[in-house]
Design a binder for this molecule. Structure first.
Ligand SMILES: C[S@@+](CC[C@H](N)C(=O)[O-])C[C@H]1O[C@@H](n2cnc3c(N)ncnc32)[C@H](O)[C@@H]1O
Length: 257
């Protein structure tokens, strides 16, 4: 069975090399017969790449659309799979983080995509303010639509985290909790993030590495904090998904002391 992701009505399938087009189309037909809620089957044709982290796909069968309607954690999200990064595998993380938010918190979600973290958090009705920052125009447009669809209040800001956060800092904005659902890129984005923290701010930092490099990644974050004059304490580390052989997406929980 080829590995696949399901996003509501759409299945995104990754076929092994050498699979013929005839076999792929046949797979699509059988897949939809077995899974009646899937009405479109797409093939993942490219690796997730670039700053916007979007995959490319090819239609194989069913309704000709690339727009998915996906439900999770009591919320519904619409998105276009070729222009918006979205990982259904982060559903559990979104639930866990939303569960940590305490009454009256100001929460900032960086790399917000079509709004899943921010909306699941806002739906809990505990936060005083939820802000989501996303670079891409299309994901930001969907984020606004998804905020309305889920009847929550989230401030969706479109732009580069490294430009938006200095602006927030100038306005004197600080947050109690910051979710850094980072793309798998080298930049830590920590120096911008540390401009909008105060003592006690909690940062959920998502980083990617081989398990043998975890300690280096943790130490580098604490060091970077120190260089920026902030004392960061690691209060938790957990695996939040695998990305290869002994390579993981880790969530490192930091507190500003
Ligand atoms: C790993 S995804 C996170 C998506 C979403 N939070 C989720 O749970 O599915 C990364 C997102 O970061 C955005 N991004 C990449 N670089 C950025 C930057 N410098 N500023 C703001 N957003 C950025 C991408 O467009 C993409 O939507």
């Amino acid at each position: 069975m080829a590995p696949y992701d399901v996003l509501g009505n759409i299945a995104l399938v990754k076929f092994p090399k050498g699979t013929t087009m005839h076999e792929k189309k046949r797979f699509a037909v059988l897949f939809m017969q077995e899974h009646p809620r899937i009405t479109t089957v797409l093939e993942k044709t490219g690796k997730i790449a670039g700053r916007l982290r979007t995959p490319t796909s090819r239609w194989l069968g069913g309704e000709k659309t690339k727009e998915a309607l996906y439900a999770e954690n009591g919320c519904v999200f619409r998105l276009e799979v070729d222009t918006c990064y979205f990982s259904p595998r982060l559903a559990e993380e979104r639930k866990l983080i939303a569960g940590l938010v305490r009454k009256g918190e100001r929460v900032l979600v960086l790399f917000g995509g079509v709004g899943p973290f921010a909306i699941v958090i806002a739906k809990k009705n505990k936060a005083k303010e939820v802000v989501s920052v996303e670079l891409g125009k299309e994901p930001s447009r969907y984020a606004l639509e998804n905020v309305k669809r889920n009847k929550v209040v989230v401030d969706v800001v479109q732009g580069d985290v490294n430009r938006i956060l200095p602006r927030f800092a100038k306005q004197g904005k600080v947050f109690d909790r910051i979710v850094m659902a980072r793309p798998n890129l080298k930049a830590t984005f920590l120096s911008s993030t540390l401009r909008v923290v105060k003592k006690g701010t909690r940062i959920h930092y998502y980083g990617f590495c081989h398990e043998t490099e975890l300690e280096d990644m943790q130490q580098a974050l604490v060091r970077e904090g120190k260089e920026k004059g902030k004392k960061l304490q690691i209060v938790g580390t957990k695996k939040a998904g695998d990305i290869g052989t002994r390579k993981y997406r880790y969530r490192i929980d930091l507190v500003v002391r």
